[in-house]
Ligand binder design. Sequence first.
Ligand SMILES: Nc1ncnc2c1ncn2[C@@H]1O[C@H](COP(=O)(O)OP(=O)(O)OP(=O)(O)O)[C@@H](O)[C@H]1O
Length: 219
Amino acid sequence: MIRFENVGLRYDTGPEVLRDLNFQIEQQSFQFLSGPSGAGKTSLMRMMFLAVRPTRGVVTIMDRDVSTLSRTELPGLRRRIGVVFQDFRLLDHMSVYENVALPLRVRGREEASYRQDVVDLLRWVGLGERMQALPMVLSGGEKQRAAIARALIDQPDLLLADEPTGNVDPPLARRLLRLFLELHKLGTAVVIATHDLSLMDQVSARRMVLADGRLTIHA
Ligand SMILES: Nc1ncnc2c1ncn2[C@@H]1O[C@H](COP(=O)(O)OP(=O)(O)OP(=O)(O)O)[C@@H](O)[C@H]1O
């Protein structure tokens, strides 16, 4: 699904923030990505989402070498990837329901065919009462759950979640972890970047650990 070969990344003329990355993310796999603040987790997630390109090495995503992708091919590939960003990126002028339904609407689906799915997912993440709210009136944890629901609604082939439980209490974090595991069982490859050791301890999953720009993998 994803392959990194001798990948390095630097921003502008700065030092390499990621070095010599060699790993694969298999289809239908589940893994955590951890490491101290500033180690490069977000940068690595952004490379996997094709938001930044490597400055050296080869990144292959869904059998495509990203250096050969054209601008027109990018949206199609990205549509297969669900992303939860640290800053949520909800659209301010749309309700929670509309934000979550957006990936389906963009694909041209009729609302009648997905309305109940969106409502069910929002209830599952505890936003059943907040469906018509605009993002600006939501708490940080509510925004985070809305962003997670939006990333999950279209059952992506790959889910990339950056600190998805950073703004919620431990019981809700466990519930969200269960949701990621359910998605994984349905066939999605899941990568969760987190600092949260107690979250990682709940699942015996592969751990990718970044330190000083280098990656170590614990299977
Ligand atoms: N757009 C950018 N331009 C220049 N440097 C950047 C940029 N984004 C990140 N960096 C640098 O790259 C390094 C890794 O940052 P990154 O945000 O990937 O780390 P992180 O592990 O996700 O940190 P945190 O856990 O605090 O979110 C840091 O030294 C950071 O200053």
